[in-house]
Design a protein around this ligand. Structure first.
Ligand SMILES: Nc1ncnc2c1ncn2[C@@H]1O[C@H](COP(=O)(O)OP(=O)(O)OP(=O)(O)O)[C@@H](O)[C@H]1O
Length: 130
């Protein structure tokens, strides 16, 4: 009977597929499958193009770093797939599913993570979480 009710301490997290991965339908489908396989509730979903202001606000903490302009350009280069997800320990689980920030670290330390499988560089690392 208890399985009909959601767990008590759901955490919300924003999960985003970055434009270079969002333009490849099999990657999007695979990530959506993993979201469901990992028992996340999808609270909101949208496919949308971020404005320059959205991207700058999202990565404000990195302003001035060498990769900042490249990152903002990437994030505004095409539509993103954005999910608001809920799950017990959802923030930690989504970060585990993404893998380490740097694609080559991800390949080495978390070979089945999204960033290992779909990352193309340290900036084009497939997914974001917050
Ligand atoms: N050394 C780097 N070189 C190039 N791009 C980088 C580098 N470090 C971070 N980035 C880019 O900036 C984003 C934000 O970096 P942050 O350190 O906040 O990592 P994160 O929390 O794992 O990533 P995100 O905020 O996208 O979920 C990374 O996802 C990546 O696209």
């Amino acid at each position: 009977m208890s399985s009909f009710f959601p767990p008590k301490s759901l955490e919300l997290t924003m999960a985003l597929i970055k434009p270079h991965a969002a333009k490849v339908p099999p990657i999007v489908q695979q990530i959506k499958n993993e979201i469901l396989n990992n028992k996340f509730f999808i609270i909101r979903y949208s496919r949308r193009l971020l404005s320059l202001e959205d991207a700058q606000a999202m990565y404000k903490e990195h302003e001035g770093k060498p990769f900042y302009d490249r990152l903002v350009n990437l994030m505004t280069s095409g539509p993103t797939e954005t999910f608001i997800l809920a799950r017990e320990n959802g923030i930690k689980r989504w970060r585990e599913m993404m893998g380490p920030t740097r694609t080559f670290d991800a390949m080495f330390h978390a070979p089945f993570s999204f960033r290992s499988l779909y990352g193309m560089s340290n900036t084009k690392n497939a997914t974001h979480g917050s």
